[in-house]
Write a protein that binds this ligand. Structure first.
Ligand code: M1P
Length: 251
């Protein structure tokens, strides 16, 4: 599997998906699709997104595995090079069932003792690369979400729970991320977007450009944008991505 047919085979362009290649949660435009086709003749291209492949197929097209040289779903836990799957990784195989059980028992006990006005269902969502913990439950309606968010802000429910988890499991290299309204994510430290870079290490790229719209501290593009192995481009929108690509690669 080689990239010898490209004009710049030692240059890789990696893209975040939402807000960078597509408007948030929407599909790629024909203009962006065409530009990426042209870019792919010049250099190696890939995307790295936090969602799973099914979501990226919806946004980038059913032929996504053929349109990009590298496809990195869930930050690279699921990875493809030229349409062929590379080694994958999961949260459960990383942590093991013994520790996972301890963690879940602690979480369920802790949640059961919280003083909350409303509880719904799905308090722990088991995902491939992480678990998502929600004191109110992921089945909360939009109104219940908004109410919980306010309650959480006032009572610091999630903040205190994360502190308790850190104290209870100091030996586990886990990152706890309060990103949304009603929950927090728990995943192995380092399983942010930089995770995908290990898949391209042996390729000896001389330049790895990364484009992302959440490159500020706290955003999910921050780590890879700041990483020494990449040349980071903070973009404002897909149109901004296109503008920078045209300038950089004379497209
Ligand atoms: O993208 C931020 C977060 O969005 C959701 O959070 P919540 O349901 O709490 O609003 C979840 O998908 C979460 O995993 C994600 O980090």
């Amino acid at each position: 599997m080689s990239f010898a047919d490209k004009e710049q085979p030692k240059t890789l362009c990696l893209f975040d998906v939402d807000g960078t290649l597509t408007p948030a949660r929407l599909v790629i435009s024909p203009e962006m699709d065409d530009l990426l086709k042209e870019l792919r003749k010049k250099c190696v291209i890939g995307f790295v997104g936090g969602s799973d492949l099914a979501k990226q197929v919806e946004q980038l097209g059913s032929d996504v595995l053929n349109k990009f040289d590298y496809c990195f779903s869930e930050n690279g836990l699921t990875a493809y090079k030229l349409g062929k799957e590379l080694a994958s990784q999961s949260f459960i195989s990383w942590i093991g069932d013994k520790k996972y059980n301890e963690l879940v028992v602690f979480i369920l006990k802790y949640l059961s003792e919280l003083d909350l006005p409303v509880r719904r269902g799905t308090f722990i969502e088991f995902r491939n690369g992480m678990i998502n913990v929600s004191p109110v439950g992921r089945n909360a309606s939009t109104q219940e979400r908004n109410d919980y968010e306010k309650y959480d802000l006032e009572h610091k429910i999630r903040e205190k729970m994360v502190a308790a988890l850190k104290a209870a499991f100091p030996d586990l290299a886990l990152t706890y991320s309060i990103g949304g309204q009603i929950s927090f994510d728990v995943f192995p430290t380092g399983w942010d977007k930089t995770y995908c870079l290990q898949h391209v290490e042996s390729e000896g790229f001389e330049a790895i450009h990364f484009f992302g719209d959440k490159s500020y501290k706290g955003g999910n593009d921050y780590e890879i944008y700041e990483d020494k192995r990449t040349i980071g481009h903070a973009v404002k929108s897909p149109a901004d991505t296109m503008r920078i690509l045209k300038e950089l690669f004379n497209l």
